[in-house]
Design a binder for this molecule. Structure first.
Ligand SMILES: Cc1ncc(COP(=O)(O)O)c(C=O)c1O
Length: 386
C-alpha cells in the first residue's frame, strides 16, 4: 500500500542502491539495467564524475540560485551546449517537457511576428506530458478527457516526404521532430526525409525544432542525434541524459531567434541551478569525447548484431531497430511482448515496454560488451521458454 497517484504500473521490487549498470533490490537481487531510468542515467549509477561533482558542490553550501543569479556553471554549460550544437543561446529548465514548453513558446512567438501559427509534428511522436508538449505529441490516449490542447498542430506521417509537402503552407511556423523516436517505438528518421525537412525549412523559412531529449547526449553515438543528418535545427531541446540522473532541461535557440526574446518572456524557479548545471557540465564533458562516442557506436554495432540474431532465432519478433545504444525489439503481438518484458524482469533484466509491443533498450552509455551480451542472453532464454 502506498499513497502514490497511480500514473504508473509500479515495479514489484524496491530498489535500494545502484552501481555501474546494476541496480540492487531490498531483497538482495541484482538487476542489469537496460533502461537507465528511461535513457536518463547516461553514466550509470555511482559514477565517480557525478558523485564527485555533487560532493564538490555541497562544499559551497549552495544547491539553488535564482534564474537571474549568475554562477560559473550555468555560463560554462551554456557555452559548451551552444558550441556543440547550433551556436545558440540556452534556456535552462528542469525536465524534457519544460524544455519543449520553452521551445514551443519561443517558436510560436517567432511565428506570430510573421503571421504564422501552425506547427507540424510527427506521427508516433512524444514530447512530454504537459499540456503544451501534448499538443505536439501524436498519442491521442495521452490527451483524452483533458479538454483542448493549445495551438494548431498537424501530424505528418513520420518518414513520409510527400505527406510533409502536402501539410506545409504559408502559415507553417515550425516542424518538430525526434530524429530517432523513442516512446514511439525506436523509429529512425531516414536520410531522404531529413533532406526534405532541411530543404523545406530553408526554402519556406520554417523553424526546425529537434527534440533531443531521449536521443541526444551521446545516446546514438553522436552528441546529438540530428548530427547524423546534416541539419542545423533552429531550436534544440535536451534533458534526460544531460544530467545523468540530476534533473535538468535545456532549450538551445539560434541567435537570430533568440534576439527576439526579452526579459520576462519566460522563466523557471529551479532552472539553471548551480548543482544541476555543474553536474551536467561534467557529464557533457565526459560524454563529448571522441573516444567515448566511438565506444557508444561500437557497442551499438555489437548490440545490433545480437538483436539481429535474436530476431532470426525467434519468430515472435517482428523487427529490431537500433541507432547507437537506443534500440527496440518489436513483437508480433502485445501479449508476447508483455510476457517477455515481465519474464526478463523476473530474471534480473530491467527494460521498458513501449506501444504495447516493443521492448525498448536504452542502457547506461558506459555499459560493457559482456553486459550487453548478458542482457540479450536473458531475453533469448525467456523467448525460448514460450
Ligand atoms: C523525446 C522526448 N521528449 C520529451 C520527453 C519528456 O521529458 P520529461 O519526461 O523529462 O518531461 C521525453 C520523455 O520520455 C522524450 O522521450
Amino acid at each position: 500500500m502506498n499513497n502514490l497517484l497511480k500514473t504508473y504500473n509500479f515495479s514489484n521490487f524496491v530498489i535500494v542502491k545502484g552501481n555501474g549498470c546494476y541496480l540492487y533490490t531490498a531483497d538482495n537481487k541484482k538487476l542489469l539495467d537496460f533502461s537507465a531510468g528511461v535513457a536518463v542515467n547516461s553514466l550509470g549509477y555511482n559514477h565517480s564524475t557525478v558523485k564527485k561533482t555533487i560532493q564538490e558542490q555541497l562544499k559551497t553550501g549552495i544547491t539553488h540560485l535564482a534564474g537571474s543569479q549568475i554562477h560559473l556553471y550555468k555560463y560554462k554549460l551554456s557555452q559548451l551546449l551552444s558550441k556543440e550544437s547550433n551556436k545558440g543561446d540556452v534556456f535552462f529548465s528542469n525536465s524534457g517537457a519544460e524544455s519543449i514548453e520553452a521551445a514551443l513558446k519561443i517558436a510560436r512567438n517567432f511565428g506570430s511576428s510573421k503571421g504564422r501559427d501552425e506547427i507540424i509534428a510527427m506521427t508516433s511522436s512524444f514530447h512530454g506530458r504537459t499540456i503544451g508538449a501534448l499538443s505536439v505529441g501524436s498519442n491521442k490516449a495521452y490527451k483524452s478527457n483533458i479538454g483542448p490542447v493549445p495551438g494548431k498542430v498537424k501530424f505528418c506521417k513520420f518518414n513520409d516526404s510527400k505527406n510533409l509537402k502536402q501539410l506545409i503552407n504559408k502559415k507553417t511556423l515550425a516542424i518538430i521532430i525526434e530524429f530517432i523516436q523513442g516512446d514511439g517505438g525506436i523509429n529512425i528518421c531516414n536520410k531522404e526525409f531529413a533532406k526534405t525537412i532541411k530543404e523545406i525549412c530553408k526554402k519556406r523559412k520554417i523553424l526546425l525544432i529537434a527534440d533531443e531529449i531521449q536521443g541526444g547526449i551521446g545516446r546514438t553515438g553522436k552528441i546529438f542525434a540530428y548530427k547524423h543528418y546534416g541539419v542545423s535545427p533552429d531550436i534544440i531541446t535536451s534533458a534526460k541524459g544531460l544530467g545523468s540522473g540530476i534533473p535538468i532541461g535545456a532549450t538551445i535557440v539560434k541567435k537570430d531567434i533568440a534576439k527576439n526574446i526579452s526579459v520576462g518572456f519566460h522563466g523557471s524557479t529551479f532552472g539553471g541551478g548551480m548543482l544541476q548545471t555543474r553536474v551536467a557540465l561534467n557529464v557533457l564533458k565526459t560524454i563529448n569525447k571522441i573516444s567515448f562516442l566511438k565506444n557508444v557506436t561500437s557497442k551499438g554495432v555489437l548490440l545490433e548484431k545480437l538483436l539481429k540474431k535474436l530476431k532470426s532465432d525467434h519468430q515472435v519478433i517482428n523487427d529490431v531497430r537500433i541507432k547507437g545504444l537506443m534500440a527496440g525489439i518489436e513483437f508480433k503481438n502485445n501479449n508476447t511482448a508483455l510476457k517477455i518484458y515481465k519474464d526478463v524482469s523476473k530474471n534480473g533484466l530491467v527494460t521498458t515496454l513501449v506501444k504495447g509491443n516493443i521492448i525498448r533498450i536504452t542502457p547506461p552509455l558506459i555499459i560493457k560488451n559482456e553486459e550487453l551480451k548478458k542482457g540479450i542472453a536473458i531475453i533469448s532464454s525467456c523467448l525460448e521458454q514460450i
